[in-house]
Design a binder for this molecule. Structure first.
Ligand SMILES: [Zn+2]
Length: 136
C-alpha cells in the first residue's frame, strides 16, 4: 500500500493521489492532503479498489415479443432502476425493488395497466451506467 508522504505525520495513512516532484519522484497524498492541496490539476488519482455491488435487471413486458435484450444483461444501480421503473409507469417501484432486494436472483413482478414490470437483484462488478434511448 502506498502511504502519504506529503505530511510526515501521515506515514501510516493510505495514499489516494500522487504528483511528480521536480526530480521525478512521486509524492503521495492521502485524501485529506489531496483535498487541501493547492494545485489539484497536478494530482493523479490512484486506481480505487473495486468491490462487488448490487445491481438490478429491469424488464418491462407488455405482451409483445421483447426486442430489447439490453435490460436482461446489463444491471442498473438502485437509483437508475427506480428512475426507469417510475418513468415507464410502474406504480409500485418501492415494493418491487424491496422484494427484489429481499430475494436476489429471482425475478419479481409488478403489474399496472396491462404491463408487467420485472426486477431482479444481482451482485455484479461496479455498475457502469448504460445510456439508452427510450421511446415513451
Ligand atoms: Zn496526508
Amino acid at each position: 500500500m502506498e502511504t502519504c508522504t506529503y505530511d510526515l505525520d501521515h506515514s501510516a495513512v493510505a495514499a489516494t493521489h500522487y504528483y511528480r516532484a521536480y526530480e521525478g519522484d512521486r509524492v503521495n497524498l492521502c485524501l485529506d492532503c489531496a483535498n487541501r492541496f493547492g494545485y489539484p490539476q497536478y494530482l493523479v488519482e490512484y486506481p480505487r479498489p473495486w468491490r462487488p455491488e448490487f445491481g438490478y435487471l429491469v424488464t418491462v413486458l407488455n405482451g409483445e415479443p421483447s426486442g430489447d435484450e439490453l435490460p436482461e444483461i446489463y444491471p442498473m444501480d438502485g437509483n437508475a432502476a427506480e428512475f426507469w421503473l417510475d418513468l415507464l409507469g410502474c406504480k409500485e417501484v418501492d415494493y418491487l425493488l424491496a422484494d427484489a432486494a429481499w430475494e436476489p436472483y429471482r425475478p419479481h413482478y409488478s403489474e399496472h395497466g396491462g404491463v408487467t414490470y420485472e426486477a431482479q437483484r444481482v451482485t455484479c462488478l461496479p455498475v457502469v451506467q448504460v445510456t439508452r434511448s427510450v421511446i415513451v
